[in-house]
Design a protein around this ligand. Structure first.
Ligand SMILES: NCc1[nH]cc(CCC(=O)O)c1CC(=O)O
Length: 335
């Protein structure tokens, strides 16, 4: 049996998918990559939020899974909405890459070295809010596109710096351009950043069994806690929410240490809280932390659920390059 793995065409997506394919091949499986095109890939000019957020990257792959065109799909976990699907399951969450954000600045500069007024590109409300809250006087500019497009803005001199996920650069072998890996004390990453989700049909026991070998329990616990914060806040993909869980060695053995931030869009300040507990209680720890943030005023700080959470769902026909944008519905995203 050949496992058909659905992947987007971007360099990052194919690198992630090829990594999963190689892991499965090392376990003795035959794997074939099947390319799926998404609205988010074809339209690079529209702001992601207007396309329905990072959900557009996910929908086409899920449609292909449901139609049986592919048997498994690899997603960046941070792009997955927190609401579970009835007919699909994340069968494996492999060991996580470095979850931190990375600064790529001109002349090797770090955040602290960028002069006031420097232009920093990011399309992420979470990164923007935390950058503004640092009070460095940086001029944060909107930005989207694939990794090369974003890095090109610094090379060409259009921007002084850009911020990207370190994990993406690492998977592409591009970490040499990073001028600072941003400490989570200054900027908490997106829930699930740096982790992959391998999704299969819930009734496909054979693929599920094959894929389960890629699971990493610590990563699963961490991203569960981070995503529980997002779910309990009812935060959408355009909400400035960051969260990072780490497994640390405490007095009672492994402990899960979870930090989260809700930023304000105007950079007026952000709210940070943390909690520590058992990795077995990952979900409830995340939800408890979100309630603490809400009690302390998180909802006044930022519009957590905005109209930008309205998302377009794509249908992929059996010929994989024909798409129609069909329905409009609201959903929660984990970007
Ligand atoms: N939102 C797009 C996206 N989804 C996953 C990654 C990077 C890889 C990862 O976080 O696992 C990126 C690009 C970025 O944020 O720079």
């Amino acid at each position: 049996m050949t496992l058909r793995l659905g992947t987007r065409r971007s360099a990052l997506a194919t690198t992630q998918s090829s990594w999963v394919a190689d892991q499965l091949r090392a376990l003795g499986h035959d794997v074939e990559l099947v390319e799926i095109t998404t609205e988010g890939d074809r339209d690079q000019s529209t702001p992601l939020a207007s396309l329905g957020g990072t959900g557009v990257f996910v929908s086409a792959l899920r449609d292909a899974l449901r139609e049986g065109t592919v048997d498994l799909a690899v997603h960046s976990l941070k792009d997955l909405p927190t609401t579970p699907e009835d007919d699909l399951v994340v069968a494996a969450i492999p060991v996580r890459e470095d979850p931190r954000d990375a600064l790529v600045a001109r002349d090797g500069l770090t955040l602290g070295e960028l002069p006031a007024g420097s232009t920093v590109g990011t399309g992420s409300p979470r990164r923007r809010a935390q950058l503004e809250a640092l009070g460095l006087g940086l001029d944060v500019r909107g930005l989207r596109g694939n990794v090369d497009t974003r890095l090109g803005k610094v090379t060409s001199g259009d921007l002084d710096a850009v911020i990207l996920a370190y994990a993406g650069l690492s998977r592409l072998g591009r970490t040499a351009v990073v001028t600072e890996v941003i400490d989570p004390i200054q900027m908490l990453p997106a829930p699930g950043q740096g982790a992959l989700a391998v999704e299969v049909r819930v009734d496909d026991a054979a693929t599920r069994d094959a894929v389960m070998a890629l699971e990493d329990a610590d990563t699963r616990a961490c991203v569960l806690a981070e995503r529980a914060v997002l779910a309990e806040l009812e935060a959408g993909c355009s909400a400035p929410v960051g969260a990072l869980a780490e497994i640390v060695l405490g007095d009672a053995g492994d402990e899960l240490s979870l930090r989260a931030v809700v930023g304000s869009p105007d950079g007026a300040g952000d709210l940070r809280r943390s909690v520590t507990g058992s990795p077995a209680d990952a979900d409830s720890l995340g939800r408890a932390l979100a309630r603490t943030l809400l009690e302390d005023g998180a909802a006044d700080l930022a519009p957590l659920r905005t109209t930008e959470n309205v998302s377009t769902t794509e249908n992929v026909s059996t010929t994989q390059n024909v798409h129609t944008i069909s329905t409009v519905h609201t959903e929660r995203h984990g970007a």
